[in-house]
Design a binder for this molecule. Structure first.
Ligand SMILES: NC(=O)C1=CN([C@@H]2O[C@H](COP(=O)(O)OP(=O)(O)OC[C@H]3O[C@@H](n4cnc5c(N)ncnc54)[C@H](O)[C@@H]3O)[C@@H](O)[C@H]2O)[C@@H](O)CC1
Ligand SMILES: Nc1ncnc2c1ncn2[C@@H]1O[C@H](COP(=O)(O)OP(=O)(O)O)[C@@H](O)[C@H]1O
Length: 345
């Protein structure tokens, strides 16, 4: 177990050759956001650009893409088809009969067939980040409903079907991938509750990074969050071994493990305990993967800089007042501070 030192972190910063163009610094495909979590798509996409990626495409529902493009011109949009939900409403008619009224509503759940429309982007992306705010709802597995209960079912299913199709599509791809938030909850469901697939055959793509907070890791390992918190290094390492991925166990002194080594992050403070700061971390790590860092190096550099951004933001704004969106500005300051340090050889 080793604490990340700033001289080591400096040595990880990707080079920025003058003879370069946007493709030199990589393309992040960010699959994120849903009806209620538009901010997560904004934060994760913009932070990848702030970390130095040359190009970010956000793939999400048309509503999310529209909201994010209204806030920033910097992100390229790939709106995906949604699945209109037909639901049945029971209405008593006359005295002794019941009629079923069919209604269609748009919950902005992405159609599972949308994966086909992502093929070109999946081919050309340098890194794929998945899950920030991509609400999963519940799985159809959990329901045993009659036709009359379809209403609740259809809405609750969220992006489950899309996730399932996406994960199969990602399985054999060589790029680095970052799985966060609801992508992790979906994987936990597949591992421990789903009837769709036996848990033994499940494997993450080979260059995966997962960024669980303790509760998400508890869901992934199917153990209590208190158990994880009592020995964070052990459980981050165990998860990395079991899932064959780089694990970032978030929280005060985040732990990064590849299953063999574990690194402890010294930066960050309670200002980061605010909704959306994890989405910023996903984007930063994705941005460094796009610039060619290995998943382990991108995770170490990303976690350190994310924490340092929080420290610099708290100095300026107080630990109380920092917003996740403020971090976007302080990523810049954090990079400048790290650049000024002489790296270890
Ligand atoms: N502006 C936005 O659009 C935001 C979207 N977000 C997205 O919202 C989705 C759901 O996030 P939620 O925050 O609702 O759900 P979470 O699964 O993150 O949290 C649910 C509950 O888990 C527990 N928990 C969380 N972190 C913990 C920790 N470190 N230790 C112990 N227990 C912990 C808490 O009881 C919490 O209420 C994610 O996809 C996420 O990306 C959030 O990032 C918040 C901001
Ligand atoms: N008290 C704290 N000290 C240091 N870092 C923290 C603290 N609380 C949260 N963080 C960091 O903030 C981020 C929170 O991520 P997460 O729990 O996924 O939030 P969200 O889902 O709202 O974006 C993580 O990177 C975590 O390490």
């Amino acid at each position: 177990m080793q604490t990340l030192a700033k001289e080591y972190i400096t040595s990880l910063l990707p080079e920025r050759p003058n003879n370069s163009h946007k493709a030199t610094f990589g393309h992040v495909l960010n699959i994120a956001g849903s009806m209620h979590y538009r901010g997560a798509a904004y934060l994760s996409s913009l932070s990848a650009l702030r970390a130095g990626a040359g190009y970010v495409t956000l793939a999400s529902s048309p509503g999310v893409c529209q909201s994010v493009s209204a806030l920033t011109p910097n992100i390229v949009m790939r709106p995906l088809p949604t699945r209109p939900v037909i639901y049945a409403e029971l209405s008593p008619q006359m005295t002794d009969s019941v009629s079923i009224e069919l209604q269609s509503i748009d919950t902005e759940s992405i159609d599972e067939k949308a994966v086909v429309q992502l093929h070109d982007l999946l081919e050309k992306a340098s890194v794929i980040t998945v899950g920030s705010g991509l609400s999963i709802g519940q799985s159809k597995d959990e329901f045993n409903a009659s036709t009359a209960q379809l209403s609740a079912m259809a809405i609750a299913e969220g992006n489950h079907g899309f996730f399932f199709a996406l994960l199969s599509e990602l399985q054999n791809r060589p790029q680095s991938m970052v799985f966060d938030a609801d992508a992790l909850n979906f994987i936990s469901h597949l591992l421990h509750h789903s009837q769709r697939k036996p848990q033994t055959s499940f494997r993450l793509p080979k260059n995966s990074i997962i960024t669980p907070h303790p509760k998400e890791l508890a869901r992934l390992l199917n153990i209590d969050v208190e158990v994880i918190q009592a020995d964070r290094t052990h459980y981050a390492t165990l998860a990395a071994k079991q899932l064959h991925a780089i694990v970032v166990l978030k929280g005060h002194n985040s732990v990064i493990s590849d299953g063999e080594y574990a690194f402890i992050n010294p930066t960050g403070n309670n200002a980061l305990a605010k909704a959306g700061s994890g989405d910023v971390l996903t984007g930063i790590i994705g941005g460094f993967c796009a610039q060619g860092l290995s998943p382990l190096n991108a995770a170490c550099l990303g976690v350190y800089l994310h924490g340092l951004s929080g420290d610099l933001a708290a100095q300026a704004l107080s630990e109380y007042s920092v917003l996740a969106s403020d971090l976007l500005e302080y990523i810049t300051q954090a990079i400048k501070q790290i650049e000024a340090i002489t790296p270890v050889n």
